[in-house]
Design a protein around this ligand. Sequence first.
Ligand code: HEC
Length: 287
Amino acid sequence: MMAMVKSINDANFGGRPYVTCYTCHRGSQRPKVIPSLAAQYGEPPTDDPDEIEVLPGARQTVTPDQILDKYIEALGGAQALAKLTSVTAKGTYEGFDSDFARVPVDVYAKAPNLRATVVHMAGGDATSTYDGREGWLGAPATLAPVPLMPLVGADLGGARLDAQLFFPGQIKQLLTNWRADFPATTIEDQPVQVVQGSMPDGTRVKLYFDKASGLLVRQTRYATTAVGTIPLHIAYADYRVLPGIDVKIPFSWQVTWVNGQFTIGVASVQPNAAIDAARFAKPAPPR
Ligand code: HEC
């Protein structure tokens, strides 16, 4: 299939990835062959906020700075955010790899860009670590063919961004080429304002802020792969003020990508606790 897709693109589109797996498969194992009259005449599907794009020639009514400033204020303000130096959280994880059973998870984050997640799966710990420069996914042998996988490319850039977003006081410096001239859209019926930026490697990221509260409710980012561009999005919810420090963080986030989905729910948090540096070091391969 990969060779077929490459030859279709080479033969017809100058090698540009205009035809991808999704062009035919649309998320199903066997592409449909006969058009569905029900689909053609039924209710049109609701717009997917991930698919919203800057309109060519659109006039900017709100600037990226305005939206990002409102976000920083909504979280507690730049001064309060600067006082948050680490987050140690315990909660639950449910995902495709835990068969959607709820299992315990520990999350560690240290400013400006260190992060580690340890999911206590039935078969052993699954880890994701970013040490400020490199990142790894570790999984018990029952869950993954490779016990410790280094993150590369867009996965590494994404891990860096996710670590940085725990401490968003400097959010304007995290991405470049900021744009805010998107058409109006909603997420779960709530109007959102969309800002787009680029990571250092050019990976595009769209950030969706609730228009009323100013809080970040979704991040959608794209990776260029051998089979075309693929999306990943993270939905943030349940913002709460951290004890003893007037800063809000999301107590729940759900990560969705083409071959998996998981949700983390925070039950308890300790802000600014000392975290052993070894937490963020390259993990030993799990057994
Ligand atoms: C031009 C349309 C088209 C594109 C693009 C395409 N496929 Fe397919 N694919 C098909 C068709 C049609 C079948 C079903 C063949 C059959 O029924 O035997 C199929 C079958 C498959 C199957 C087997 C499913 C099964 O149940 O046996 C897999 C796996 C698959 N495709 C993966 C991919 C992947 C991965 C890509 C992207 C690299 C891709 N396909 C791109 C048309 C396409």
